[in-house]
Design a protein around this ligand. Structure first.
Ligand code: ADP
Ligand code: ZN
Ligand code: ZN
Length: 697
């Protein structure tokens, strides 16, 4: 830590000034350059590195250079087209780099909008300034012209939650625990307005923006009267480079006082921050799955504590990590126990499928319930987390099953118009025509095995004809804007039955949806990942929350062969707390998170043995170091194991799980053993990476 030296003297003398710079390259920096004067910390500069020119960030003006003066090159150009990054922000990036065990440059530069770190934009221009004009060509944001929506009067529970948040004058983390529809959003909006009135700024993180533009609109309507026109900036990964740069600059200049964004917005250069809100804090999309594998939720808590401001984490199904913090009184729990509008929660029913005669995967109970709702003019949602027509194609004569040649997986049957059916690999993207006869025995009697959303859609269209059936999944929404068009048609009442994957579970407020049917939930339950039941519970609560939001007599039917499982029993009672109590006991007994901390070293190679050999050598290095330094077993190093899907796109994958009950010891081990890994002879033929706090193992 403490690479950044804010107190660099900015005096001008004739002698060269040493400038310490970080770069986004896999070598451990920082790197020293010289310049004719001091350069403020946080400034972007162009430097040459080897034969390349790169954009870097100044982190210090040291008295003495870190290596031989003769080797030190001058900075090529000091970029002054943006303000330097603030010290608060750099400190935040430094924490993230340290915690996730990455060089600072690999954290700071990727966090900037692409045009600010791309050398091409500056190439050949000598003067500092680069694309100032282009950066300034601000696009006026779409204005919302509809009537300003008025804030409802908060109920008692909302009011006391709001008061707790706005009374916090220093760091405090709140867990806003409220059932779906309990009005958590109202609490965020009121709290945000209060913070804005004090002249401070607000960061609001949400899992997903594209699917719920309504939320962005109502946020603008409600907060722009306080934050000022265009006072809300939106940051997410689907923006174009130009849009993202624009929003980022408006935030840095202080023009935008509210930042609404997905996980990457945790790195917004917002100053005078007064409140951070993380909505649906349990959602796995807060976890970045490549590069710097950070959790925006966890970073939000650190940023709040560093700035000494309140943080609100909201959820109907909190992560067990956050729940444990609340139990230990590190976080203050604020409960919203009832739906804000006078509608009751949906009734959840389990249908035990073990002794039932099923019709294409549908139980007679579900079919009858669908009939009743449709006759009553209500909409029905069938939730199935499996896209395509069928998970595989199967030969009835010899038992051949369609498999991917590049991965250890089945290929999924997708039906297409004019009989152009295909087999897709959902892991590497391989697409093949369906063979006209079995590749092994030549028989033509090949059948789809199992059911995906396409097949359910097809069957429901026949069974409930002339009901209008629409499917919403990654396949039916590939074209830009098509998801919105499909959701609009549901809202407009042009759809009777909606078949969808997790895409339909989040956030949508379907006014006329009375029934949710859940197919094949058991597949999600029996995964080897210890978090599978927690994820299933959250997902089913969320999708259940779509039923009867306005009418109040919604129903959810879950088909399962394991109705006694605690996750299902808790769901019928809407009892998150009970589920958490049970699961927490199991985790405690097995010393799994949140009762321990984990890191995952993964390796990829052409040959599985190479990956395992590297992990084995790494493991030995770690064992030696822990025995030498701790002499006890506070850290557990498991055996390296192949991943469940061991080969993807002809690359073999294995992992080594490292676990410890004492976070600082685990961090110390990682810090010491990471630099050794690249020097291992076994490292030459593998790609490896380390993840701190993995969500999927
Ligand atoms: P959550 O975020 O907890 O799922 P929302 O904030 O979306 O819940 O609220 C659900 C619905 O209830 C919204 O339509 C919202 O406008 C409405 N609502 C929230 N608070 C109140 C209130 N105090 N009085 C009336 N309606 C409310
Ligand atoms: Zn065959
Ligand atoms: Zn494949």
């Amino acid at each position: 830590m403490a690479e950044i030296e804010p107190e660099a003297s900015l005096k001008n003398t004739a002698t060269p000034h040493w400038i310490r710079v970080i770069l986004d390259i896999p070598l451990t920096g920082p790197f020293d350059y010289r310049w004719t004067s001091a350069v403020p910390v946080g400034t972007r500069v162009i430097v040459s590195f080897g034969r390349r020119k790169l954009i870097g960030i100044v982190i210090a003006n040291p008295e003495q250079p870190g290596y031989d003066v003769k080797l030190i090159k001058p900075i090529e150009q000091v970029l002054e087209d943006t303000e330097p990054l603030s010290l608060d922000w750099l400190r935040f990036a430094e924490f993230a780099a340290d915690y996730y065990q990455r060089p600072l440059g690999e954290v700071v530069l990727p966090a900037l909008p692409a045009p600010l770190r791309r050398i091409a934009a500056y190439h050949g221009k000598r003067s500092s300034g680069g694309p100032v004009a282009r950066l300034d060509a601000r696009k006026t944001l779409k204005r919302v012209d509809s009537v300003v929506s008025t804030a409802p009067i908060l109920n008692k529970e909302q009011q006391s939650a709001l008061e707790a948040v706005t009374a916090a004058t220093s760091f405090k983390c709140f867990l806003l625990f409220g059932v779906t529809g309990s009005g958590k959003t109202e609490v965020y909006l009121h709290a945000a307005a209060d913070i804005l009135k004090r002249g401070l700024r607000v960061l609001l993180l949400v899992p997903e923006i594209n699917l719920t533009p309504q939320f962005e609109q109502s946020l603008r309507q409600r907060l722009e009267p306080v934050a000022g026109p265009n006072g809300v900036a939106v940051l997410h990964s689907a923006l174009s480079d130009g849009e993202r740069l624009n929003a980022w600059l408006r935030v840095q200049r202080g023009e935008a006082r509210v930042v609404l964004g997905t996980r990457l917005a945790i790195f917004a250069p917002i100053s005078d921050l007064g409140l951070i809100v993380v909505d649906e804090e349990h959602d796995s999309s807060y976890k970045q799955q490549d590069g710097l594998r950070y959790s925006a939720r966890d970073l939000a808590v650190w940023r709040g504590s560093d700035l000494n401001i309140p943080v609100v984490l909201g959820s109907a199904t909190p992560s067990l990590e956050s729940w444990a913090h609340a139990e230990q009184k590190h976080y203050q729990r604020l409960d919203l126990t009832e739906r804000a509008r006078a509608v009751t929660l949906p009734t959840v029913r389990l249908v035990d499928t073990r002794r039932l005669k099923m019709d294409h995967g549908l139980s007679p109970h579900l079919i009858q319930a669908m009939r009743d709702r449709l006759e009553n003019g209500e909409q029905v949602l069938i939730f199935l987390n499996r896209r395509g027509y069928a998970p595989a194609l199967h030969c009835n004569s010899c038992g051949w099953v369609s498999k991917c040649s590049r991965c250890t997986t089945f290929t999924v049957l997708h039906r297409a118009a004019a009989g152009r059916h295909q087999l897709h690999c959902h892991h590497c993207g391989l697409q093949q025509r369906v063979p006209s006869s079995c590749p092994d025995c030549g028989d033509q009697d090949m059948q789809p095995m199992g059911r995906g959303t396409q097949r359910i859609e097809e069957h429901l269209s026949q069974l409930f004809s002339p009901a209008r059936v629409v499917r919403i999944d990654a396949d039916s929404t590939r074209k830009k804007g098509s998801a919105q068009a499909l959701f609009d048609s549901v809202h407009a009442g042009e759809v009777d039955i909606l078949v969808g994957t997790q895409m339909v579970a989040k956030g949508h407020d379907f006014a006329n949806l009375g029934l949710v049917g859940v197919l094949n939930a058991d597949a999600m339950l029996f995964s080897q990942d210890f978090r599978a039941p927690e994820r299933l519970f959250a997902q089913l609560m969320q999708v259940s929350g779509r039923a009867g939001r306005h009418t109040g007599h919604g129903e959810v039917i879950i088909q399962t062969g394991y109705p006694d499982q605690p996750v299902y029993q808790a769901l019928i009672k809407h009892d998150y707390a009970g589920f958490a109590r049970f699961t927490m006991r199991e985790r405690k007994a097995a010393l799994l998170p949140p009762f321990s901390h984990q890191a995952l070293l993964s390796a990829e190679a052409d040959d599985l043995n190479l990956a395992i050999a590297f992990l084995e050598a790494s493991r030995q290095t770690a064992v030696d170091w822990t025995q030498e330094n701790f002499g006890d077993n506070r850290i557990t190093l498991y055996d390296p194991v192949p991943l469940r899907i061991v080969r993807v796109d002809n690359v073999c994958r294995a992992q080594l799980l490292i676990e410890g009950t004492h976070r600082p010891s685990l961090q110390a081990l990682l810090k010491h053993f990471l630099p050794h890994l690249s020097t291992l002879p076994e490292a030459r033929k593998v790609h490896w990476q380390l993840e701190v706090d993995p969500l999927e193992i």
